[in-house]
Write a protein that binds this ligand. Structure first.
Ligand code: TXA
Ligand code: MG
Length: 306
């Protein structure tokens, strides 16, 4: 259990420029004080992350978000409807915004999110300033959905890890950009595209086909050490199998074929299978609807040539 004392210690560490890993409803974040250039730089160093990849600023409520960037009518609508929750909005930064320019990787926009996790929200309230947090894994590797994943991947590089148990959603937030009057899906994630489009009353543009491009969407990403084979109906002899639906085995993303359950299990099961050091991980076909889009996106990147 996390106590008020743990939260206050974590907040002090953040305020003094140290890195603290904390749970969110999507994945564990590697937090640093967003207004501290040196602390932000430490994140890139700890993850081994290319510096052109910008970070998400986390705040405890919409008011704090509105202080950082300019929300248009549609961005406002999504913020009011879905925050706290697994949604990140990219908006123009106010010229007065105090978030490190390094966190924006030199862009004039800022990615902002209010996470839906009691420990994250309490930590953000106590810190009282925005906290940037990428997923708490070495760059390009599988995202962490438990505190143990963080310890295994970055253990000696963080000052403190707040253990909030496994993450409920299990894939990163959906990233939607509102720049130049266009609503663009930059990254499918924990909030399904359909849910966002229903709220807006129109379709989101696609990053691949549209004008926008998310700097973080590198082809190879979320990669286990083993090679990956997708849409595999069965496993070959040198493969570990990650099933979905009707499959009798230790690693089934969702025996009932539920994509929400599959998202919650995805990164943990990839970690577990990878730890058995197979030649390859073969993954069952996953349907595209709802969170299936985010799951297929992560699998495609995990399988991409490295
Ligand atoms: O669920 C999540 O979003 C987790 C938890 C910890 O909150 N965080 C996370 O952060 O996934 P990260 O750094 O792994 O992914 C941030 C994504 C990247 O794809 C990045 O390119 C995009 O957000 N992004 C950040 N700032 C941006 C900006 N100004 N313009 C466009 N894309 C941006
Ligand atoms: Mg990440």
């Amino acid at each position: 259990m996390i106590s008020a004392k743990d939260i206050s210690k974590a907040a002090d560490l953040l305020l003094s420029g140290e890195l603290v890993a904390f749970p969110t409803e999507t994945v564990y974040g590697l937090g640093a004080l967003a207004t501290d250039d040196k602390a932000v730089a430490r994140i890139y160093a700890a993850k081994g992350r290319p510096t052109f990849n910008p970070l998400i600023s986390h705040v405890p409520d919409v008011e704090a978000a509105f202080a950082l960037g300019e929300f248009s009518g549609d961005a406002l609508k999504l913020a009011a409807r879905f925050w706290p929750g697994p949604l990140t909005l990219v908006v123009p930064r106010w010229s007065t915004c105090t978030v490190s320019l390094l966190a924006s990787a030199g862009l004039s926009s800022l990615a902002i999110r209010v996470p839906q996790h009691p420990i994250a929200l309490e930590l953000l309230r106590v810190v009282g300033k925005p906290v940037v947090a990428p997923s708490a894994n070495p760059s390009g590797r599988i995202s962490p959905t438990t505190a143990q994943h963080v310890r295994d991947g970055l253990g000696n590089k963080v000052s403190m890890i707040l253990d909030g148990g496994p993450c409920a959603v299990g894939v990163e937030s959906t990233v939607v950009s509102f720049l130049e009057g266009k609503a663009t899906l930059l990254r499918p994630g924990g909030l399904p595209r359909e849910t966002i489009e229903d709220a807006l009353g129109f379709r989101l543009l696609d990053a691949d086909t549209g004008v926008m491009h998310s700097p973080g969407q590198m082809e190879s990403h979320y990669a286990p050490h083993a090679a990956m084979r997708l849409n595999a109906e069965t496993a070959m002899t040198d493969e570990a199998y990650l099933g979905f639906g009707n499959f009798d085995g230790a690693h089934n993303l969702s025996p009932s074929g539920d994509v929400v359950e599959a998202a919650a299990n995805l990164f943990r099961m990839l970690h577990e299978l990878d730890a058995t050091k197979p030649e390859r991980i073969a993954v069952a076909p996953i349907p595209m609807g709802g969170l299936g889009e985010a799951i297929n996106d992560r699998l495609k990147r995990a399988a991409a040539p490295r």
